[in-house]
Ligand binder design. Structure first.
Ligand code: MN
Length: 223
């Protein structure tokens, strides 16, 4: 199977037993940090997100983090690390920021589904959502509330502890649950660039629609 086909097959995040992002062929050791293709067309998320919104977000913002990262790690030990390792091991600073932004976006694209492709919540995750949030409707409500309240730029995650307990983690800037030794399951980007073309200042409106566009097959597979 060709590299590109592998990525497009959605096998990108084969994070069951080995490290969460270990299946990502993104270390400079194997070629270079490469932005994975979107798992759908640029207009595939309409009407939730327009082609223009997705084009700027994927082709300008996301792509830019890979470009910056390559420059930042050129000739340094991190050039041979995976993005996951950079996120876990790096001190705060530009290398961490660009590596985390690269990986966070790749994860985010997979959390979204075109209409009709939402899949379903697996039984194990559904039971954990009931246990830790009181039900899927309550989870969505709490997730939207916390993501809306995150001050400034950042990412709102659903993550699991070692014992499987679920938490909603609103993290500023390029935050990733790997830094807290937690497993990422779901994320939404709440940087203004994620929604401003389509929703202007209305982050809450974007988030209420986001929770209905989740790719539950992907999220369930992460748990
Ligand atoms: Mn973004």
């Amino acid at each position: 199977m060709q590299r590109r086909q592998f990525l497009q097959a959605g096998a990108l995040f084969g994070m069951v037993s080995t490290g969460i992002f270990s299946a990502l062929p993104v270390s400079a050791a194997d070629e270079s940090f490469v932005q994975p293709p979107l798992p759908y067309a640029l207009d595939g998320l309409k009407p939730f997100l327009s082609e223009e919104q997705m084009n700027f977000h994927y082709n300008k913002h996301h792509a830019g983090y890979y470009t910056n990262l390559k420059k930042l790690v050129d000739g340094k030990p991190e050039a041979k690390w995976s993005l996951e390792d950079i996120i876990i091991k790096s001190e705060p600073g530009p290398v961490f920021n660009n590596a985390a932004q690269a990986l966070n976006h790749a994860f985010f694209w997979n959390c979204l589904a075109p209409v009709g492709k939402e899949g379903k919540i697996a039984e194990k995750l559904s039971a954990a959502i009931d246990r830790d949030f009181g039900g899927i409707a309550q989870f969505k409500e709490q997730f939207v509330a916390k993501a809306t309240a995150l001050f400034g730029s950042g990412w709102c995650w659903l993550a699991a502890n070692k014992d499987g307990k679920l938490d909603i983690l609103p993290l500023s800037n390029a935050g990733n649950p790997l830094k807290q030794d937690k497993k990422p399951l779901l994320v939404v980007d709440v940087w203004e660039h994620a929604y401003y073309i389509d929703y202007r200042n209305e982050r809450g409106k974007f988030l209420k629609l986001f929770v209905e566009r989740i790719n539950w097959d992907f999220v369930s597979g992460n748990y």
